[in-house]
Design a protein around this ligand. Structure first.
Ligand code: AMP
Length: 607
């Protein structure tokens, strides 16, 4: 029994949300509020300001959206809630989440506003009088200055990922916006870290805020081998399928966030030939017990579960825990992986971490005081090897145990009448047998080691501990200009791209960083070296950029030029002149960039 099992479960219905919002949340399949939701919803409903230290993945979007939406007056056709987010990608994502939580609020309009999108479209959408606006600070400020966005009836303002906004050079814009909002508006500030400038904004603009910090508990787990895979370039389901093919497991529990996801994933795994079942709070006790009993007896190999449903689960056979969706907090992680390594056995835990969830990975390592080892996904060759091995094993077993007289006769007749080579016959038969599950699987996804699998982790060793890095002076990693001459080699795990905008077009490093970060949703810390030339520039980006992203980036405008990005071959930058070279080491820390540097104003408007 775990601690959590004895604490009563708080439900969304206990928190005082509006009926419409509650209905949407129930439909989303959320079983219970995440810790940050438990703590934020009530004070935000009361109209209090809030200072929340929480990472992405903790459920913070719902933590502020649900209560703030519950307070909206649908009759008033003016912006009442404004969310500022650092990137276009996040703005869209937050707007979509809000839209889904507001699906039963008839007449509610949510509008995402971000740089790079046509002003004309945004102006038309603004005329529809959205009550909720989600945007990047630069573009929001543009509209405020043009008078096309009015905040005089604003009730609440959310600063989401404030430290990222600081890092991207938006903090002045954020302050300007804050000053243009009514004195009595409610402010909720969320940030994964609390660097000085964010703290100052909080002190200056938040009134008696409720402070929330999702605490991490320490514990150690020694019988469990922990690994993580950084979600890149491939869907999680594809990655999971590869792992299932190659990993030797007895029974497995896979954790997802929602009840709906338990059913969906279990179904997909069944379709791929794995005996799987969901395990969630919607299933009645008898159904849950039945699934657990089947797993104990070996009739079922995979359970796809939510945290609540899997509490206290004790099945010796579970050799593997897969965190398909990262947990909200370190405590749930510890609890989840404790489902394996039971009764003195060894267990394996695998965690899927998207780039945005990296901080949670670090938090988990810190809390468990154990490094989580990066893992490489099995390649198609690994899968082929494994399938061939299984096939030859089956072959031996069949030759040994099966009466083959009739089949020998069939083949012998064939051989005689066709004068065929026995090896060729065997090969043709093998081909027929493997058709539905090819011994050499076709690659339909790009294969490449995830960036983290090559760089991040090693960096740690080479550059000292994360803490050291976090505390190191940011400006050391600032893009600094030097007269190193091109060509250069791409950094490890990076590829060099050429963009058709250079110094003669008036471009600066910050414009390129801003455009790529915003348009491609690439975290600015993952952007490497930028080398400005006269007529073009080169930039190092993480290897294996997806095709659609590449196409999208080609069309992005910076300084009145389309980037028309292209990959530079041979790892050699196409240096025609010895350009200014801004060396940008990919940043790993969440530390703010100093104002005097390249982010002294918001990233390029991409006009
Ligand atoms: P966020 O931290 O806001 O980026 O949310 C991370 C993910 O958690 C999103 O996919 C949400 O849909 C999901 N989520 C948020 N709250 C809950 C909850 N109470 N139960 C299950 N999933 C949730």
């Amino acid at each position: 029994m775990s601690d959590t099992e004895q604490t009563p479960v708080i439900t969304f219905a206990d928190l005082g949300l509006s009926d419409a919002v509650l209905k949407a949340v129930n439909e989303a399949g959320y079983e219970k509020p995440s810790p940050i939701q438990e703590q934020s919803i009530a004070p935000l409903l009361e109209g209090r300001d809030l200072l929340g230290q929480a990472q992405t993945g903790t459920g913070k979007t719902a933590a502020f959206s649900l209560p703030l939406l519950s307070r909206i007056n649908l009759k008033a056709k003016k912006p009442q809630m404004l969310v500022l987010a650092p990137t276009r990608e996040l703005a869209i994502q937050v707007a979509e989440s809000i839209q889904s939580y507001a699906r039963y609020m008839k007449g509610l309009h949510v509008l995402p506003i971000y740089g790079g999108q046509s002003m004309g479209i945004q102006l038309r959408q603004l005329q529809r009088n959205p009550q909720v606006v989600v945007g990047t600070p630069g573009r929001i400020l543009d509209h405020l200055r043009r008078g096309t966005l009015k905040l005089d009836e604003l009730q609440s303002l959310v600063l989401d990922e404030a430290d990222e906004m600081l890092r991207m050079g938006f903090i002045d814009d954020v302050e300007t916006i804050l000053k243009e909002t009514p004195e009595n508006r409610q402010v909720a500030l969320f940030s994964a870290t609390m660097p000085g400038p964010i703290h100052r904004v909080a002190t200056r603009y938040l009134k008696d805020p409720v402070e929330i910090r999702i605490k991490t508990k320490t514990s150690t787990i020694d019988t469990i081998t922990q690994r993580y895979w950084q979600v890149t370039g491939m869907h999680k389901l594809e990655a999971l399928t590869r792992i299932l093919e190659v990993e030797e497991f007895d029974a497995m529990i896979i954790f997802v966030r929602t009840k709906n996801a338990t059913a969906e994933l279990a179904e997909k795994l069944e379709a791929r030939g794995y005996s799987s079942s969901p395990l969630n709070g919607d299933m009645n006790q008898a159904a849950r017990e039945k699934a657990v009993a089947r797993m104990k007896k070996g009739q079922l190999d995979i359970l796809v579960a939510t945290d609540v449903a899997a509490r206290g689960l004790d099945i010796e056979r579970i050799s593997h825990v897969v965190n398909y969706d990262i947990p909200y907090d370190t405590e749930s992680y510890v609890h989840r992986i404790g489902r394996t390594g039971r009764a003195g056995r060894k267990g394996t835990a695998i965690l899927f971490v998207s780039p945005r969830e990296k901080r949670m990975l670090f938090a988990i390592e810190k809390a468990t005081r154990q490094p989580i080892e990066k893992m490489q996904l099995p390649s198609t060759e690994d899968i082929a090897d494994r399938r061939v091995m299984q096939f030859t094993q089956q072959l031996s077993e069949t030759i040994e145990a099966q009466d083959l007289a009739f089949f020998q006769e069939v083949i012998s007749n064939y051989q005689d009448s066709h004068d065929a080579d026995p090896l060729e016959i065997a090969a043709a038969l093998t081909y027929l047998v493997q058709k539905s599950r090819p011994l050499k699987p076709v690659v339909h996804v790009r294969e490449r080691p995830a960036r983290a699998e090559r760089g991040d982790r090693n960096d740690r060793g080479e550059r000292g501990s994360r803490r050291d890095r976090d505390n190191s002076n940011r400006s050391e990693r600032a893009p600094r200009r030097s007269n190193q001459s091109a060509p250069h080699r791409s950094e490890d795990g990076m590829q060099t791209y050429r963009v058709e905008v250079g110094r003669t077009h008036g471009v600066e490093v910050k414009n390129i960083v801003g455009a790529i970060a915003n348009e491609a949703g690439i975290d600015s810390k993952d952007i490497g070296r930028i080398n400005l030339q006269d007529s073009f520039s080169t930039i190092d980006l993480p290897e294996g950029m997806p095709k659609d992203l590449f196409q999208q980036l080609r069309k992005v405008w910076v300084c009145n030029k389309q980037l028309d990005i292209s990959l530079v071959n041979n790892n050699e930058a196409a240096g025609e002149d010895s350009g200014d070279q801004a060396r940008r080491k990919p940043r790993r820390s969440g530390k703010p960039r100093s104002r005097s540097r390249d982010t002294s104003r918001r990233p390029s408007r991409n006009k």
